[in-house]
Design a protein around this ligand. Structure first.
Ligand code: SF4
Length: 469
């Protein structure tokens, strides 16, 4: 037997016992498997969290959470029972070690962030910003980001059945928090969706639409089906991807009779027209892949759509190890038939430094996960570079590891660079978390921020090119 850095083990999927939580001790399987029950019992605040978890959750944890919500959180709390049940799955709520297990849990770390999780030195990078990918700047019509030549992103609604602490669309998605107001769409939904379809009918160069939000699972099913059916009638649209973390967070929605029947209708039309429909979900930890999630993925594949793929986010303390990434990828592939597709580096939104990792670490992880999964199912780790788009982490043009600044090039123009003759020759910057830099680099950023503060300048900027060291 040759010793290997990673040892493959086929994992059995398990649905943790929800009756271990005092608040759900009487919940029946029928209730649990109902999307309506799940939506009605989402945890939205600390009081509800305590009601479910009981006295096993310490006062210290609740105070830590309350402080985070008051001072740092960019997303409000919304956790479906399905997701909460996968946190600290091996520990009963009454066990003395429950709070500790809950603190350490990878799903808790990104769904229910607490103040002590965040970096005290650099909670945000100086170049962090709302809408860090500048999606709204690239709206062709409201909510339709045209960033790549042949692809668009349709933000059909600004809500989800679950809110992730690190949401890259924190500018738009969810409810306001004490520190973040949210951008509001100006157009009514019907006008917005109508304008999107009008743009796509008039723009034959677009062949690929990501239908996203938010999460499409929050659009009433008949409205979502009608929108996708309208896309299927547009001759130039050849790929449609439905973005739904709820396939994992609320699989009961995708398992409902109404949705299965509707997806079968869409799948049949798509096949007839030679168009691919896929569902893109967002799973960050292997423990989230339960039998219900696998059933939902398989039910969708049975409708005749092309694929169900995962776009996870690479998060420190959640999945930033070779074991975590490969365990998750194998569990998705073997257990649920979900294709491991991408891991995105966490975007540079405010308050995300404790989740982000350096480009060097991302490159190392990409190197280390190669060769275990089939090539078609080996996820690419990508950096979504502002004004550029997704780039594989090894595509960097140059990289200053002392200051943690990587420089990237692009090979297409977006609407915002239509008149920019230098767009394809420019270098675009991305920044490592400062706490991961060598001492000299950390000092450089400290001095820079002190100088800026001394000159009365705001601490953040979003320039295309950083100041030269
Ligand atoms: S599901 Fe996606 S859009 Fe919704 S909060 Fe999470 S990351 Fe944001």
């Amino acid at each position: 037997m040759i010793e290997q850095p990673y040892v493959y083990r086929r994992a059995e999927l398990t649905e943790p016992d929800w009756t271990r939580f005092p608040g759900w001790a009487q919940v029946t399987r029928e209730e649990w498997e109902s999307a309506q029950w799940q939506r009605a019992h989402c945890v939205k605040n600390i009081r509800q969290l305590r009601q479910v978890l009981g006295a096993g959750l310490s006062e210290e944890f609740c105070a830590d959470l309350e402080r985070d919500q008051r001072e740092r959180a960019t997303m409000s709390m919304l956790v479906p029972p399905q997701m909460l049940n996968t946190m600290a799955p091996g520990t009963a709520a009454g066990d003395p070690g429950f709070t500790q297990a809950f603190y350490a849990d990878p799903v808790r770390r990104y769904m229910i962030p607490v103040f002590s999780d965040r970096r005290p030195d650099w909670p945000s990078h100086p170049y962090a910003s709302r809408d860090s990918l500048h999606e709204a700047e690239m709206w062709a019509v409201e909510g339709l980001t045209h960033r790549y030549p042949t692809k668009v992103l349709a933000e059909v609604l600004p809500t989800c059945p679950q809110y992730c602490g690190h949401c890259t669309r924190m500018d738009l998605v969810g409810n306001p928090t004490p520190v973040i107001t949210k951008h509001k769409f100006a157009l009514a939904r019907e006008d917005r969706l109508g304008a999107m379809l009008g743009y796509l009918r008039a723009t034959p160069g677009v062949r690929d639409v990501v239908v996203s939000g938010g999460d499409v699972a929050n659009l009433p099913w008949p409205r979502l089906e009608a929108f996708v059916a309208a896309l299927l009638e547009i001759e130039n649209i050849r790929d449609i991807r439905l973005a739904s973390k709820a396939l994992m967070g609320l699989p009961q929605f995708w398992l409902s009779d109404e949705v299965r029947a509707g997806m079968s209708r869409l799948g049949a039309t798509a096949r007839e027209r030679g168009v691919s429909i896929a569902i893109h979900t967002h799973v960050n930890a292997a423990q989230s892949v339960t039998p219900l999630v696998a059933n939902a993925a398989r039910a969708m594949l049975d409708t005749g759509i092309r694929d169900v793929r995962n776009q996870g986010v690479l998060l420190c303390g959640v999945n930033d190890s070779v074991e975590a990434l490969l365990d998750l990828s194998f569990t998705l592939l073997d257990g649920a038939g979900i294709m491991p597709y991408y891991f995105y580096m966490c975007d540079m939104i405010p308050g995300s430094e404790h989740w982000r990792i350096s480009l060097a670490q991302a490159q190392h992880l990409q190197h280390q996960i190669m060769g275990y999964l089939p090539g078609f199912a080996t996820p690419r780790i990508v950096c979504d570079v502002p004004y550029v788009g997704k780039r594989w982490v090894h595509q960097v043009s140059r990289y200053d590891t002392e200051l943690g600044i990587s420089y990237w090039a692009k090979n297409y123009r977006t609407a915002v660079e239509a008149g920019d003759p230098l767009a394809l020759r420019r270098e675009y910057a991305y920044y490592d978390p400062i706490h991961t830099l060598p001492a000299e680099g950390q000092q450089w950023w400290l001095d820079r921020e002190r100088d800026r503060a001394g000159n009365g300048l705001a601490p953040a900027g979003t320039g295309l090119t950083p100041a030269a060291p």
